[in-house]
Design a protein around this ligand. Structure first.
Ligand SMILES: Cc1cc2nc3c(=O)[nH]c(=O)nc-3n(C[C@H](O)[C@H](O)[C@H](O)COP(=O)(O)O)c2cc1C
Length: 153
């Protein structure tokens, strides 16, 4: 069975909890997962079918978290179509900032431009309304699992 990589972009740590909650529920649904707290493209093959779940916060003014920026630079530099990649994005952000969930929007756009396929709508969690963002994950997981395996519907 295909392994689902859960890639984390976090500065202050709360999005790691979101990623761990997603990992636990995806594994409960019967899928193998790998949590990548410091994503590194050199440790991934882009030549085989794969699924990424990207859990990413926004910092600065709509910027990527520090631990995720080098990964974005690697993606921009690798001159390869990501046609074997399917992905889903969970963004955490705060709507009191000007660029709400800017990083999750930007990585979605980049992966789409590189030929990858987004399998569900981007899921954005507003910590201004949901101060414990991982509590929102159980709402999203069934949508993700259905999108992973539409034949089961
Ligand atoms: C200095 C700072 C800047 C932030 N800038 C933004 C922003 O531009 N857009 C946004 O949606 N959220 C912004 N946020 C909110 C964070 O994305 C939110 O608190 C998120 O849960 C942090 O995740 P983390 O703990 O994994 O780093 C900012 C938070 C801080 C502390």
């Amino acid at each position: 069975m295909i392994e689902i990589k859960i890639l984390v972009g976090s500065t202050l740590g709360s999005t790691e909890y979101v990623a761990e909650a997603a990992q636990s529920l995806i594994e409960e649904a019967g899928y193998d997962t790998q949590l990548c707290l410091d994503p590194d493209l050199n440790e991934m093959s882009l030549q085989c079918d794969q699924i990424w779940v990207i859990c990413i916060a926004t910092h600065g003014a709509g910027n990527y978290p520090d631990n995720f920026k080098p990964f974005v630079d690697q993606l921009i530099q690798v001159n390869t179509a990501l046609s074997d990649l399917r992905y889903a994005i969970i963004g955490t952000g705060d709507s009191t900032y000007d660029y709400f969930c800017g990083a999750s929007k930007n990585i979605d756009l980049l992966l789409e431009e590189m030929g990858a396929t987004n399998i569900t709508d981007r899921f954005e969690i507003d910590v201004d309304h949901y101060p414990i963002p991982e509590d929102r994950i159980s709402f999203w997981i069934p949508l993700f699992i259905d999108a992973l395996d539409p034949d089961n519907n």
